[in-house]
Design a protein. Structure first.
Length: 179
């Protein structure tokens, strides 16, 4: 088994070839130096993974190449935004609003009359007005009236004045900076 001094000497001897390889990959001396530095740091921190008797230079070239491609893949997913304007416009809707909205809807449904609640839930569930009328034991016109009143009451209870007041769009608009 080679001594640690021999391994370190092999590592140091490989640096000029690593740099040449890094320049061929990056086309830039500064980036090549950074790439070599990262490869050497990774090699030193993982020396226990080096198999004695194999080529130190080949191992280092593999580390350098893998780091280069991993960094390139990462950069492809990044968006250049030096002044932060793009990042300032980004907003993510909070995850919990759907659950909170559902709880609000359930509470509002419970404030409707039993007839209105039954009619609106049947229609919202995909039942035709004719089927809902049969289930409720009422005329089709009566069911339509109950559904209409239930929808208006739910909108009132939930504070919905316009279709844009529903869903994540309202949350997103509230989170974005004004004009």
């Amino acid at each position: 088994m080679p001594l640690a001094q021999d391994i370190h000497a092999d590592l140091l001897r490989a640096i000029p070839n690593l740099r040449a390889f890094a320049i061929s990959l990056t086309g830039n001396g500064d980036q090549a130096d950074d790439l070599v530095q990262e490869a050497v740091m990774k090699a030193l921190s993982h020396l226990d993974q080096f198999t004695p008797g194999t080529s130190m230079q080949a191992w280092l070239f593999t580390i350098l190449r893998n780091h280069f491609f991993a960094t390139a893949r990462k950069r492809r997913r990044e968006v250049e935004d030096p002044d932060g304007r793009y990042a300032a416009r980004l907003a993510t809707a909070p995850d919990q609003t759907g659950h909170v909205d559902l709880l609000d809807l359930m509470a509002a449904l419970m404030r409707l009359s039993v007839e209105q609640r039954k009619a609106v839930l049947l229609i919202a569930g995909g039942v035709s007005y004719e089927e809902a009328a049969h289930i409720c034991g009422a005329a089709v016109g009566t069911v339509k009236c109950r559904v209409n009143r239930a929808r208006r009451r739910l909108a009132e209870l939930l504070g919905i004045m316009d279709p844009e007041d529903i869903g994540a769009d309202r949350v997103m608009k509230a989170a974005l900076p004004g004009p």
